[in-house]
Design a protein around this ligand. Structure first.
Ligand SMILES: Nc1ncnc2c1ncn2[C@@H]1O[C@H](COP(=O)(O)OP(=O)(O)OP(=O)(O)O)[C@@H](O)[C@H]1O
Length: 424
């Protein structure tokens, strides 16, 4: 594959100005009510990359990491502050679609002006016209001014032109937002044809399924830099793990904010369960569950955990009336409210007889085998006859994020093999 380099990006940087307090109105400008202070922000930071003829490359990364800026630098919509980009071959881009359309011209007229921007002669456009119109599915609307088009119609026309000019290099930014499902399917078929004909494709999309399907190489960007590049499954796996970590971090912040507001008098999960009167808490109260926490692998209280990591459920209790024996239990429910896992100290043959008046029990999970989703936690203490002392149904919700995309609730270690020889 590593044949001819068609796009060479050499130590390229692009910065934008971020205004701290930009004057907005004339009055603010005249009276200098706000400063015009700004900071330089590097959207693309010293990137070097060679893209080879016939490769399909996907750029991935979270919002604002510089993917679109890099595409715009390749297509010369923007120019780098530093470094150099060399492109060899006819390039067509599906970014800023329809930017060159004149609103008063008809769709047909705009095809001519737009396709000529891509370097096609009048004759070449004549030959392609029917194909472009048919692809756009605009029918007789093609002879109406484009200002009368819906945004979807406008995009379809722009897309049809860009994709039908036989580019050697195709640059695509989030095409999945163009048109309905059938139109998108058609676009993908067309892209597939390009690929088979040896065109080079650079695509930006958040649709990781598409990335996995079409890419020869994936480039993961963060804060204007390349974090990792390589084969799709390898880079996507690192990226998904990173994104799961970010998701959990965000959840953690939300959770901590919630805990802070609880301190300020907002009802806790625990109190809510007791006082809601919706039947989620019952028991004789001779033994009380006073608090329950989920701790992540760092020992931090949380309501979001990463699959395959260590998790601990801590249960604080207070004994009002001592019992002959205590059985503590937990249960996990999925979002359909089906019990997916339950365990208690009796099942595990742990006899709890002479407990301190106040104490804490820990339920250790060295590697949580749940799939991504929202789960509910039940916690209970009962006596040796299973009489409820304190029983919480749905004590709290917790989120699990997993890189395993299997369906259901549990991750199961598995492999697929195919046995051909001798199979009947
Ligand atoms: N013309 C501009 N002026 C100022 N800042 C800009 C400009 N264009 C982009 N930026 C900033 O540069 C950063 C990178 O933007 P870019 O559009 O390249 O990100 P992206 O990775 O494509 O994001 P997304 O996935 O949301 O499309 C962002 O912080 C954005 O706000």
């Amino acid at each position: 594959m590593k044949s001819e380099t068609v796009i060479s990006i050499d130590n390229v940087s692009k910065k934008f100005k971020i205004y701290k307090d930009k004057p907005l109105t004339m009055k603010e400008k005249l009276l200098r009510l706000r400063s015009n202070d700004y900071e330089d922000f590097k959207a693309v930071d010293k990137i070097s990359l060679s893209i080879y003829k016939g490769e399909t490359i996907s750029l991935i990364g979270h919002n604002g990491c510089g993917k679109s800026t890099l595409l715009k630098l390749i297509t010369k919509i923007l120019y780098p502050d530093d470094g150099a980009i060399k492109v060899s071959g006819r390039i067509s881009s599906l970014i800023e679609l329809g930017a060159g359309f004149h609103p008063d011209f008809t769709g047909r007229e705009n095809i001519y002006t737009n396709a000529s921007i891509f370097g096609l002669s009048k004759k070449e456009i004549d030959n392609k016209l029917d194909e472009i119109i048919a692809f756009s599915e605009l029918g007789h609307f093609i002879d109406n001014p484009v200002r009368t088009y819906s945004s979807g119609m406008y995009m379809r026309l722009a897309f049809s032109v860009a994709i039908n000019v036989d580019p050697e290099i195709l640059i695509i930014d989030e095409i999945l937002s163009v048109g309905d499902e059938n139109f998108q399917k058609k676009c993908f078929e067309k892209i597939d044809k390009f690929k088979k004909n040896g065109a080079t494709i650079v695509i930006v999309t958040h649709d990781l399924g598409t990335v996995e399907k079409i890419s020869d190489r994936v480039i993961w960007m963060n804060a204007g830099k390349i974090v990792e590049e390589g084969k799709a499954d390898q880079v996507l796996n690192s990226y998904k793990q990173h994104m799961n970590g970010k998701f959990v971090e965000q959840k953690q912040i939300e959770y901590e904010t919630l805990i802070d507001s609880e301190k300020e008098g907002v009802t806790s999960f625990h109190e809510a369960a007791v006082h809601s009167g919706d039947g989620n808490n019952w028991g004789s109260k001779e033994v009380l569950i006073t608090d329950v926490r989920i701790l992540n692998k760092n020992g931090t209280k949380t309501n979001a955990v990463i699959a395959q990591e260590n998790m601990i459920i801590e249960i604080d209790y207070a004994i009002d009336k001592p019992q002959k024996e205590y059985i503590f239990g937990i249960g996990f429910y999925n979002s359909d409210l089906s019990l997916i896992y339950g365990n208690n100290t009796e099942i595990d043959k742990i006899k709890l007889e002479d407990l301190e008046r106040n104490g804490t029990l820990q339920f250790h999970v060295p590697s949580l085998n749940l799939l991504s989703g929202l789960y509910k936690l039940n916690v209970a203490v009962v006596d040796e006859t299973h009489r409820a002392l304190d029983f919480y149904k749905y004590y709290m919700d917790f989120t699990v994020v997993s890189t395993d995309k299997s369906i259901g609730s549990f991750s199961i270690q598995h492999s697929w093999t195919i046995k051909n020889e001798g199979a009947k």
